[in-house]
Design a binder for this molecule. Structure first.
Ligand SMILES: *Cc1c(COP(=O)(O)O)cnc(C)c1O
Length: 354
């Protein structure tokens, strides 16, 4: 445990919970009573504060808006039957957050602020963690450049915040996916492995155009040949072929190193499933489908855990799946959720007690 740091706490007078039921809330729309805010100035972090959730006052010349130094994380917390709160793998998110920060030429956030600040904030807003099945508290740490100067250079000032949002069950309906051949999400040397805001901004048009054709999202391919598979929308992707789980490898730097991806790999291996992290092309997927060897296709991410894919289209070739027959993805999702909701022993040490 990190030494408790100096965090100034200002509490709300009356909880918004008095007027809100936590059941079946839409994702990311309601926020808890408090937030954490910290400033980076003159080379160090200061003003670490937990205070009532409130709007920010920002300069119109804010560098983050003009030049896009902005990164974030997504984490979930749960409350067990005894009322104890637990956060799922937050140290992995801290590590990735600081990897994103380095790539975007931003300062790293120390553990005392990211983890200890999050812990103190959740402790304060613990009654906001829904206890209903498949509900959770979504944690959103983020950082942006805070200089009010239009000169193009890395900022001198940054703001780090954590906000919390109670979330209802997310039962994604099996997705229809189009293999993307026009737009590119990430190329080697770029920022695909960082969780920066611009990756999301740059991908929205592709998703919108896919939706105009009746699809939910795109399966991203490499920038050069548009055939090596990367991610599905904003999730990592897995293919089960002949009982082997295959997911694109991280080496090229074009893929986000998902905490869910990593957890799913661990669980699959423990189930005795062989996992391969390597390059996989759409041609290989289609050949497997034609031979009847492609068994399951799914995306992984914190919001959905596992999102099954019911249809995958590449050029004129359409692959349809009957995901209700799938053996693996549902099982992995249940193992993950049972660990997170405290229903099975946390043998991996993934849950941090608040
Ligand atoms: C956040 C994210 C993921 C999923 O990461 P998790 O840690 O599993 O939530 C996958 N791909 C992209 C592009 C992401 O931004």
């Amino acid at each position: 445990m990190v030494a408790a740091m100096d965090i100034q706490v200002t509490k709300i007078e009356r909880s918004k919970l008095n007027d809100l039921s936590l059941e079946n809330l839409p994702f990311g729309k309601y926020f808890t009573d408090h937030m954490l805010e910290a400033d980076y100035e003159a080379g160090k972090w200061t003003n670490v504060e937990i205070k009532p959730y409130q709007p920010l006052l920002l300069e119109p010349s804010l560098a983050a808006i003009h030049y896009g130094q902005a990164i974030f994380e997504g984490i979930k917390a749960y409350r067990d039957d005894a009322g104890c709160a637990f956060v799922f793998r937050p140290y992995d998110n801290l590590k990735r957050f600081n990897l994103s920060a380095r790539r975007m030429n931003m300062p790293e956030v120390p553990e005392e602020i990211f983890i200890e600040g999050m812990r103190r904030l959740i402790e304060l807003d613990k009654s906001w963690i829904p206890v209903q099945k498949d509900h959770s508290l979504y944690i959103r740490p983020f950082m942006f450049s805070n200089d009010g100067v239009l000169g193009v250079r890395p900022s001198e000032k940054y703001k780090f915040l954590i906000i919390l949002s109670p979330a209802g069950p997310y039962f994604p309906k099996p997705m229809k996916i189009l293999v993307e051949e026009k737009y590119t999400r990430a190329a080697p040397g770029g920022v695909g492995f960082a969780k920066n805001a611009g990756n999301y901004g740059g991908s929205m048009l592709a998703a919108t155009e896919a939706q105009q054709q009746g699809y939910d999202q795109v399966l991203w391919t490499d920038a050069f040949e548009h055939k090596w598979l990367q991610e599905v929308g904003m999730m990592n992707v897995f293919f089960i072929i002949d009982g082997v789980a295959i997911t694109p490898s991280l080496e090229e730097g074009t893929i986000l190193n998902g905490v869910t991806r990593n957890s799913v790999i661990t669980i699959l291996k423990e189930m005795g499933i062989k996992v391969e992290e390597r390059r996989i092309s759409i041609d290989e997927v289609i050949a497997a489908h034609k031979a009847g060897r492609l068994q399951e296709v799914f995306g992984t991410g914190t919001a959905a855990t596992i999102a099954m894919i019911q249809e995958l289209k590449y050029k004129d070739y359409v692959m349809k799946f009957n995901e209700s027959n799938w053996a693996l993805s549902g099982k992995v999702k249940k193992v993950m959720n049972d660990i997170r909701e405290g229903k099975t022993a946390d043998v991996h040490g993934w849950m941090l007690a608040v």
